[in-house]
Ligand binder design. Sequence first.
Ligand code: NAP
Ligand code: ZN
Ligand code: ZN
Length: 351
Amino acid sequence: MKSHGYAALTKSAALTPYNFERREAGARDVVVEIAYCGICHSDIHQVRDEWGGSMYPMVPGHEIVGRVTAVGGDVKKFKIGDLAGIGVMVDSCRVCTNCKADLEQYCQKGFVGTYNAKGYDGTVVHGGYANNIVCDERYVHTLSAKFEGKLAGVAPLLCAGITTYSPMRHWGAGPGKKVGVVGLGGLGHMGLKFAHSFGAHVVQFTTSESKIADAKRLGADEVVISKDADAMAKHAASFDFILDCVSAPHDLNAYLKLLKLDATLCLVGLSEEQLPVAPFSLTSYRVALAGSNIGGMPETQEMLDYCADHGILSDVEVVSVGQLGEAYERVVKSDVKYRFVIDMATLGLRA
Ligand code: NAP
Ligand code: ZN
Ligand code: ZN
């Protein structure tokens, strides 16, 4: 299937227009014409090879929403014209213990990422900075009709949304719980919205004084500037759960000290550097340091339906394909409010 989009050709070059072939749609596949694709910080990490092992050319993008334009003969969930969403995975082994437990993100064979990855047949797969995509319907989400006309704000739910929803659910963010969110970027602002929606008392940690008012508008009961040691000390040993959404090296011990007995600090942020932990930060209150990776297919569908029912969308700035470089620079400077989303109609204008 012919596709065109934007690709990174090397780790240092600007993204550039790129024509490529995807596999032809099979019986269980749907073809989605992409309307919007979010810009996740993981796209930038991978385009710039900050985690190592990047494959070029790379068409990034795993926050994909659009409309179904073709369905294979065995497809059950979709018909032509339906809204559809694709996130971080396009395949997994389907038979391992974790896949069978609806936790495909922890597939023991390794799930197939939406881009910068190879399918199990060895072919390189490309992501959503493109006009279309083909995917087995098992890895495509239905989108409520309530999302019609709001698709730009839906796209980031496919990664930033599920990556924060899943740990908030797993560790029980809700009434009576004091929950922290570290970093007010794409993931952080969704974590804040979910923790607030689930009824927790939410404290947003940020390095950016300019984001205080927005954090309150997005649902924070309190906002702490993490560089202010006195403000941090006031929250010592008081949190039930903290979700760390920071994309760069930072001090985990400062947050471990804020956990109460048996509480958990969960990392979703994926700094390219190791983050040192002082043993006393863990032992003093028997606290846990954990991590979490996106969410399984059923939980992602649950999250999308929850957002449709509760009117939760990402706060987005819509950009054209011509603004990708500028958007990447602003994300890296923590100046995203609070997710960039590419309007794929602008691809046509430049093709
Ligand atoms: P983002 O929009 O760039 O947000 C990151 C935020 O972290 C920034 O807005 C900033 O918030 C804070 N920050 C940045 N540099 C910092 C530093 N040096 N010290 C302290 N705080 C800093 O990124 P994102 O798209 O939300 O992604 C966040 C991280 O999660 C990335 O590493 C990404 O790869 C990873 N990720 C993981 C998963 C998963 O499944 N585990 C899924 C998606 C993304 P303030 O201005 O408020 O301080
Ligand atoms: Zn992502
Ligand atoms: Zn598996």
